[in-house]
Design a protein around this ligand. Structure first.
Ligand code: BGC
Length: 349
């Protein structure tokens, strides 16, 4: 079932559109057209609905917080070093919105900071579209981006990004939801969750989050999540974590596909809810909410650090400056449709 309504006024003077999808188990997700943002997610557990993604008390607050809660991030999620890159011999200077130096999440008016259009709606899904003109935030090519959110009967949220550009361009689209499977207002931080990631390599970064060396094996480090373990177990144990105050790294998935095995599994500390993530994206940025403190929460208070964990499926950061990583995605060719799907499947245990 879908319902579409309007609420508070957005920065453009028009109301936010609110879209609610509900399945026959009573699971409900709420989205808004601003930033094509996933606002909330309520999962039925033992006859009760549990809110499992972080969010704010109003939509107006939600879309201005700086943590990208639930937003659709583009044109290039994550960082581009020194806000510049060269492609086919042309140099491009991008909007530098991280410390006036690097570009983070597509620039200061990226896809998360714009109103998308509702381009399709069905009983269990909604599609948003956005046009990004040649030169937008410094990127080449006119680009049409779309995202479809569907709520399935098996309590899975399917997020499908597609796009088409008329010039070759960096492109890396992801959703930036933060999960807390104990409930977003739980005492327990997400560090008490168990996490499993099928990834043998991660990408070390410098203090500004810029890749500083090649992909590195996770073996014998706190980055080894190939067997499920509590996130807290090896938290801050490695120099590569200390430099960015926790996990804030890309993990290269061993076998990205939408097949039967999830690439990532997150479980509530109580063990009563598991999130399985299936994706055809090459990597996942694991961000343990190291700087979440002060972000407005749903009850007019603020979240603490690590209140949620973001599991952002995407290409590797700074790919436009690393041709050796083009094979993992991150550059989209003119006239070739980009299509990436991530399935977030919630299972009560
Ligand atoms: C980045 C973090 C950043 C957060 C909020 C994450 O995707 O990896 O470094 O603080 O987004 O912008």
């Amino acid at each position: 079932m879908i319902t579409v309504s309007e609420c508070e006024l957005a920065a453009d003077g028009k109301p936010f559109k609110l879209i609610t999808l509900q399945n026959s188990n009573g699971m409900q997700i709420c989205l808004t057209d601003w930033g094509a943002t996933w606002l909330s997610c309520q999962v039925p557990i033992k006859q009760q609905l549990r809110k499992v993604v972080l969010g704010c008390s109003t939509v107006a607050l939600h879309v201005v917080q700086g943590a990208y809660l639930g937003a659709s991030v583009g044109r290039f999620a994550n960082r581009i070093a020194n806000a510049e890159f060269s492609l086919h011999g042309n140099h491009y200077q991008l909007d530098a919105n991280q410390q006036g130096k690097h570009q983070l999440h597509g620039g200061s008016v990226g896809f998360a900071q714009q109103r998308w259009t509702i381009s399709e709606q069905q009983a269990n899904s909604v599609q948003f579209s956005l046009f990004s003109a040649n030169g937008d935030q410094g990127f080449p090519g006119n680009l049409e981006a779309k995202v479809r959110f569907s709520l399935r009967e098996d309590n899975a949220v399917v997020v499908e990004y597609s796009a088409l550009s008329d010039q070759d361009t960096p492109l890396n689209l992801t959703n930036h939801a933060y999960f807390n499977l104990d409930g977003e207002s739980a005492e327990q931080t997400a560090l008490q969750h168990r996490l499993k990631i099928n990834a043998a390599y991660y990408l070390p970064v410098d203090a500004e989050g810029i890749p500083k060396e090649p992909l590195k094996p996770v073996a014998n480090s706190g980055f080894d999540f190939r067997q499920s373990k509590p996130i807290a177990q090896d938290f801050l144990h490695d120099a590569d974590q200390k430099i960015v105050a926790g996990y804030d790294h890309a993990f290269l998935l061993d076998n990205p596909s939408l097949g039967v095995q999830p690439q990532i599994e997150l479980s509530a500390s109580s063990g009563d809810l598991t999130l399985q993530i299936f994706t055809d994206q090459a990597a996942v940025q694991v961000y343990s909410g190291n700087f979440l403190a002060g972000t407005p929460n749903r009850t007019c208070g603020v979240y603490a650090n690590h209140a949620g964990i973001a599991l952002e499926t995407q290409a590797l950061p700074d790919t436009p400056n690393h041709p050796e990583w083009f094979k993992y995605g991150g550059i989209s060719n003119a006239g070739e449709r980009y299509h990436k799907t991530t399935v977030f499947c919630f299972k009560a245990n």
